[in-house]
Design a protein around this ligand. Structure first.
Ligand code: PXG
Length: 458
């Protein structure tokens, strides 16, 4: 039995505080408070070290699409580890699990995306996007086409290139970001920025910011535009219907690559296999990760459209890029089994036909709550905008305070909802049943009541 199995919560917290620097964390503040220790999970539920059951409204970190406790995935890892735990794909070698996964990805991703470059994460996938897009244009004799256009409040990872592509100001403020050659345009956040306009008017305006930016920079200097079909970490920002068709038009008319970051939207989250299908986007490059393995092991990749792959293969020469764990056999074996289960158990159809329509009906009811300014959802992504007065059209004066209060209340009530400033968001496992959605919505409503009371007294 491992040493920590016998430790109680306080002992684990003390060791955690003594040695573990957590991601995206104010270390000092957390050490004072103590981490919550999650010990096991099954289906859509987690259990902490005090035995509390928690409904995981975030599927881990937007990734446990199949839910917890799938023995088939553990078996796939076990079998592969015995057979060949690791080998690389450098130096003209390959492994059967990487080959099988590449073929399966070509099958389940949208038409015309038939090649994959494997990475260990979504951040690495987006670093790959930057280098691949630039290498693509250089291979065509256009090395000046090197700028990538992204969006404010986008999230594309935490490496130097990933965080630069992202539009998170607090991330840019640390470490001298963004790196050169990456610029940002406005996001299609109607509730936040669309006052006085209809969603569709606002969507067109936000999309046309891309056209303006390309013209300002000069088409000859722009390599690509990158965007999440629905922004996840930015606060589940569901673009108005007018947005993506206009973005697609602009990218078609200009000579730039379109990159759909499917790290969250991919593998069923929006009710289709990919968000690109939900919004009829035809990406040239498509970063993937998270739901690719349901988070059971780390893996990511970039799907490459045939027209781009052809240039890279025929004219690119050696692509001087890759990771020790590109095509990691054990991760590939688990991802393959995960995707097979998504396909064979018709999990994406469950989202599209059962879970998402039910969530849409139930989530809308929360819009009537006095502290909710908007309740929106698409597929199994949902957001609630917390506001002080639903008729006043204003936000809380101290952004993030209300969200933090509500998030802590959620924890206490056995449900994980994430707060992005004052937006509460959910992204539950795709296998969630309609009864479990009812449970989620009931818990969310109860937490909103308590948050409203707490905010009145704050
Ligand atoms: N692209 C998107 C769209 C993402 O959401 C990444 C890339 C980077 O993936 P990796 O595997 O390198 O983390 C992500 C990751 C949050 C949160 O707080 C979201 C992510 C990661 C960490 C925290 O919502 N998304």
């Amino acid at each position: 039995m491992p040493k920590h199995a016998a430790l109680d919560t306080a002992e684990l917290q003390a060791m955690d505080a003594a040695h573990y620097l957590h991601p995206f964390t104010d270390f000092k503040q957390l050490n004072r408070k103590g981490s919550r220790v999650i010990e096991r999970a099954e289906g859509i539920y987690l259990w902490d070290s005090d035995g509390n059951r928690i409904l995981d409204g975030m599927a881990g970190l937007w990734c446990v699409n199949l839910g917890y406790g799938r023995k088939e995935l553990a078996d796939a890892a076990y079998a592969q580890m015995l057979q060949l735990p690791y080998y690389n794909s450098f130096f003209q070698t390959t492994t059967p699990p990487a080959i099988r996964l590449a073929e399966l990805l070509a099958e389940v991703t949208p038409d015309g995306l038939n090649h994959v470059f494997f990475t260990g994460s979504g951040s690495e996938a987006n670093d790959t996007v930057v280098r691949m897009a630039r290498h693509y244009w250089a291979s065509l004799g256009k090395p000046d086409k090197s700028i990538l256009i992204s969006r404010e409040n986008a999230y594309h990872g935490s490496t130097m290139a990933g965080a630069s592509l992202g539009g998170m100001k607090p991330m840019h403020a640390q470490g001298g970001l963004p790196i050169p050659g990456i610029v940002h345009i406005e996001q299609p956040y109607w509730f936040g920025h669309g006052a006085g306009m209809s969603p569709d008017e606002f969507g067109l305006k936000a999309a046309r910011a891309l056209e303006t930016k390309i013209d300002e920079l000069g088409e000859g200097r722009v390599a690509a535009f990158i965007a999440e079909p629905i922004q996840g970490a930015g606060g589940v920002i569901i673009p108005p219907d007018s947005y993506w068709p206009e973005i697609s038009r602009i990218c078609r008319e200009r000579e730039i690559l379109l990159v759909a970051d499917e790290v969250i939207c991919g593998f069923g989250r929006t009710g289709n296999w990919f968000g690109s299908q939900t919004y009829d986007i035809k990406p040239d490059l498509m970063p993937i990760a998270k739901g690719m393995s349901s988070g059971y092991l780390p893996i990511g990749g970039v799907m490459v459209a045939d027209r781009v792959a052809e240039v890279l293969i025929e004219r690119g020469g050696e692509f001087n890029h890759g990771f020790t764990y590109s095509g990691h056999p054990t991760c590939c074996a688990v991802a393959t089994r995960n995707i097979e289960i998504l396909r064979d158990e018709r999990v994406v159809e469950h989202v599209r036909d059962v879970a998402a329509p039910h969530l849409a009906r139930r989530w809308r009811e929360l819009a009537d709550h006095p502290v909710v300014g908007e309740a929106r959802c698409k597929g199994l992504l949902g957001a609630l905008e917390l506001v002080p007065d639903k008729n006043a059209g204003e936000r809380f004066p101290d952004p993030g305070q209300a969200g933090t209060i509500c998030r802590d209340i959620c924890f206490e009530n056995g449900i994980i909802m994430r707060a992005v400033r004052d937006t509460m968001i959910i992204s539950p496992p795709l296998v969630i049943t309609t009864d479990q959605i009812d449970e989620l919505v009931a818990l969310a409503g109860k937490c909103l009541d308590q948050a409203a009371a707490a905010l009145r007294n704050a």
